[in-house]
Design a protein around this ligand. Sequence first.
Ligand code: 3EB
Length: 331
Amino acid sequence: MNEPLQLEWISTEILLRQPKEYLSHVLGIVHYGPNQVHTGLRELEIPVSLVNVPVLGHGDGICELWRSQQKVRAGSHGPISWRANESLLFLTVEIGNAEQCLHDATRDAYCALLAEITALGYPHLLRVWNHIGDINDDSTGLERYRQFNIGRLEAFMAGNWSVIDVAPPAASALGAQRNTPLALFALASHHAPLAIENPRQIRAYDYPQNYGPCPPTFSRASLIDLDGPTLFISGTASIVGHQSMHPDNCREQIRETMRNIEALLHEVSCSHGVDWELANLQFKAYLRNGADLWMFREEMDQIVGKEVNCLIIQADICRRDLLVEIEAVAL
Ligand code: 3EB
């Protein structure tokens, strides 16, 4: 295989028993699982993002590896750790100060991220993942996801970013255990991706204000040529237009979400002439309730096929009425 980028999931325990060579072409690692079971991951000199969420079927956690075929270089700067090959840069941003409010912490993290990708020569933000502790908590008056959206937008504006010139990256925003710092990791690129929108959904950055004072800053997908077309599909939920569909019905939400992903693939095919089948995607799914796991597997077997490649995580979704979110990559 000659893909310039590969995504692999491996149990943390098995990963730590691999020879050093196994990790030499890895751009970055994401550990999903209880944060205390990451002993050893920190010593690898690879950017690691610790996401404190249960992984369904892997109690001790799982590692996501973003693997490159080329030589990688590495560095760190303030809260950022990174590794890069010629075309891609993987970064993690660590939020140090737990006392800081989420709005400020998010703005500072994104400002650091945007400054660093530019300084390193990968100025295009391709894909960003966000895990926010206690994402739906609104005990301070404004829900934490909405506070996060304010900080994120402020950072983009401070960077003179405007949707007229540059569409935002593909993204996901999910919950994590209470009291865990914002977990933020991203891929940036040397050359510009194309932003893709979904004809069934309005642009997230055009959402009306009933979802919070600032809209979320993301595009539905990013398409980039890395020695062949590569697609990053944002976290996708049971939203049509801007409205959540099928509250309290996980099965129908899974079906609606997959109709959204199929519509996006259709859009990519019609507008850019690149065709992908659902069965060739690598999925990551987030379920609010672990008890919906069997139903999720049943539906995905039906819609995608028995060979579906999907990591399933238990995490809160950014709107209270949503029970499932699904993202995907076509590498
Ligand atoms: C949605 O479509 C569902 O705030 O970065 C999906 C992907 C969602 C990314 C984000 C939010 C984000 O609005 C939620």
